[in-house]
Design a protein around this ligand. Sequence first.
Ligand code: CA
Length: 404
Amino acid sequence: MDPLDILTNLSMVTPHFQAIFNAEERKVIGYEVLGRMKTEEGWHSLGPFFRDQSIPDEYRLEVDDLIVRKALDYWLEVDAKPYIFINRNPDLLMRDHGESLLEMLKVYQDKGFPLDHLVLEITEHDFTGDIERLNHLLTYYRTYGIKIAVDNVGNGAGNLDRIGLIEPDILKVDLHMLRKTNGLASYQDVLYSLSLLARKIGAALLYEEIETLYQLQYAWRNGGRYYQGFYLQDPSEVFIDESLLTEKLKLEIQQFIEHEKRKIRNFYQLSKSIQQTVQQSLLKDKKESKGDELLKHISQDLSAYSFRIYICDEDGFQASANHVKIKDVWVQQPSYHNKNWSWRPYFLENIMKMKLEGRGILSDLYSDIETGELIRTFSYPIDQDQYLFIDLTYEYLYEKNAIL
Ligand code: CA
């Protein structure tokens, strides 16, 4: 669309509202304000206009401010009191150190719009200036109750340190990639690290561009407190009934819960059945051998599901060779003796768990550092100073539905 058409037809510029739902009550908690313009062919998004760097800042700000004013005027008119999420390019915001926007918002505060109902969405990776100064401004905005969301997280280069500095109230994570790549593992890892970051800095996760039930399930499973996207609700000129999807979402979330519970039950059953095999195998070993001797005795019993076994002491020093199954024959790799594994994530925590609870542990799914395959490890306390590690094959886990 020609920028001039927009600037000469400002009366046709209208805010559209896309509903944001929360997980706990399954109701609309707020709306993201999107700029649209009415033309003879229908509604046009003003997104490209706002992103077009060749249009002078003043013009973009003028249209942006107009949309916010129209949105807040509408908020004041209606009975509902949802949160209003507005977008602001951080470079444009910093031009006058955020003063004009704040002045405009204060006018609306006087008219009855509480500023703690405003969420300012900032796309951090679009920002070209000094992050410390932006952070300073956002901190100042916060003293008015304004909430900060970092937008488009997971799209640009991962500036986790900069996001950590801003400590936003909300991280907006876009799920469109999840559909494009059919849930590509590496992308899921990025999303997973974002969910850890959110937890660390106390930010709520808002998943947007949810267009399928699968994406909604993903959002729910990965700590999503807020949801937004066409699957839930198209943007519209008016607010919707806040309970519109409450029942539908309840049913869908119940499906997710059932699915998750089945997975967890399956996980425990698998863990229990491996533990039984290991215990029976250890019982057969009447000579009560240790280390490599012991592994030689039990390896045959574990052939059906493992490709590698070894024993460590409680400090993580390997007390045996690696026993590796190569073409159905167990082979010893003695160079692994005395290697220390205490630096690996969860290692000591799991040792202590086994020691104190006297039972085996099935690990989470992770990539094996040698084969690169997704595996799980079952570990079991043989006695006070021997802990048995059984790396389970991908094929076995797949067969047992334990690859998710
Ligand atoms: Ca946004």
